[in-house]
Design a protein around this ligand. Structure first.
Ligand code: FMN
Length: 332
């Protein structure tokens, strides 16, 4: 029998008797899975549970699932003796809970809101889906014990799942058709570039910026003045030289007259005795920036409507990467 991969170029083939456990583990990591927490109650009535991604469906009729447990696990005895166990498929925002249940032994249930299922087993809410199972079969599986459970109850909470890939938590996002069908006639008229990345990002930027312009107009601020205030909202005081360098990056300027105007409006003040000319927000300026950041937060939330937690995480990750690529491209 051969456990080798059927790879024509042979570079990555491994014979069954020379399998390196580390490489085997890595190869298994190519199979993207969800993440579950499996729970039960031991003979003394103590709640027991662990994080497991070995979960899989087995049969529809009767409804059956399986998972496997490392024979070194502290919970082995409890699961071997248990009549019932519950499998919780974790939702995309439950990585901290997964980490908690992947730690050996510790009181994993401390402070968690629990309900009780068949045989008093602990049940967690707020996951993606949950299956209460009656232990049907147990099999030896090398260094693991395989548990097959007949599902006696289940709840689908209809939440997007947490994913695991290549030994790391991952984001599971359903693929969508290229066209969302929501193209708006008010988009910039650039049909020849439609579908290009730069078009999409520019269009999103333009639509965000339109709302920012409203805020600037409301406070009668030029763009340079607004972005100066934004910088000071993050860190105050700041050297004028640094403010100008950051503005320059976005092709913006802050003239001496514009600075004087900000001071006259009592939004910023020059910092006396600073080693280099510096600006700081006044109390009025700080209040304005707090209000503005609330407006921007609401604007962000509106823009995120219908986009899930995982999708947002992915979007942030990809936009950061995009900015990095563009910066390294522009500096080369
Ligand atoms: C994403 C992930 C998946 C895991 N899958 C399994 C698994 O399927 N089976 C297993 O025995 N351990 C698995 N573990 C490791 C256990 O969660 C970990 O060893 C835990 O500490 C065992 O708890 P216990 O020793 O208190 O029983 C996984 C860990 C993580 C982070």
């Amino acid at each position: 029998m051969s456990n080798s991969t059927n790879d024509n170029n042979n570079n990555n083939n491994h014979d069954a008797d020379s399998i390196d456990p580390q490489a085997f583990r890595q190869a298994l990591g190519a199979f993207a899975t969800g993440v579950t927490i499996v729970t039960t109650r031991d003979a003394n009535g103590v709640d027991v549970g662990l994080t497991a991604n070995s979960f899989n469906s087995v049969s529809l009729q009767p409804p059956m699932v399986l998972w496997s447990l490392d024979k070194q696990a502290l919970s082995l005895k409890a699961f071997t003796e248990a009549e019932f166990f519950a499998v919780h498929i974790l939702a995309d925002n439950q990585q901290p809970l997964s980490d908690r249940f992947a730690k050996k032994g510790s009181d994993k249930f401390a402070g968690l809101a629990l309900t009780r299922g068949k045989g008093g087993i602990p049940l967690l809410d707020d996951c993606a889906a949950r299956f209460e199972c009656k232990t049907a079969f147990k099999y030896e599986g090398g260094d693991h014990e395989i548990f097959v459970g007949e599902v006696v109850e289940f709840v689908n909470f209809n939440k997007p799942p947490l994913a695991f890939l290549g030994g790391k938590y991952a984001v599971a996002v359903p693929r969508v058709a290229a066209s969302t069908g929501v193209e708006d006639k008010r988009e910039l008229d650039a049909s020849f570039t439609r579908g290009s990345l730069s078009y999409l990002v520019s269009n999103a930027h333009y639509l965000f910026d339109r709302q920012l312009r409203d805020i600037m107009q409301q406070h009668s601020l030029s763009r340079g003045q607004f972005y100066t205030m934004s910088q000071l909202g993050n860190e105050s005081p700041l050297q004028l030289k640094l403010i100008r360098a950051n503005l320059d990056f976005a092709g913006l300027k802050l003239s001496a007259a514009e600075t004087r105007e900000l001071v006259a409006k009592n939004l910023v003040q020059e910092v006396p005795d600073a080693p280099a000319p510096s600006l700081a927000l006044t109390e009025t300026g700080r209040k304005m920036m707090i209000e503005t950041s609330a407006v921007i937060k609401a604007m962000d939330e509106d823009a995120q409507a219908g986009i899930g937690y995982s999708e947002m995480q992915l979007l942030h990750q990809l936009l950061r990467k995009l900015v990095q690529n563009l910066m390294s491209g522009s500096s080369s």
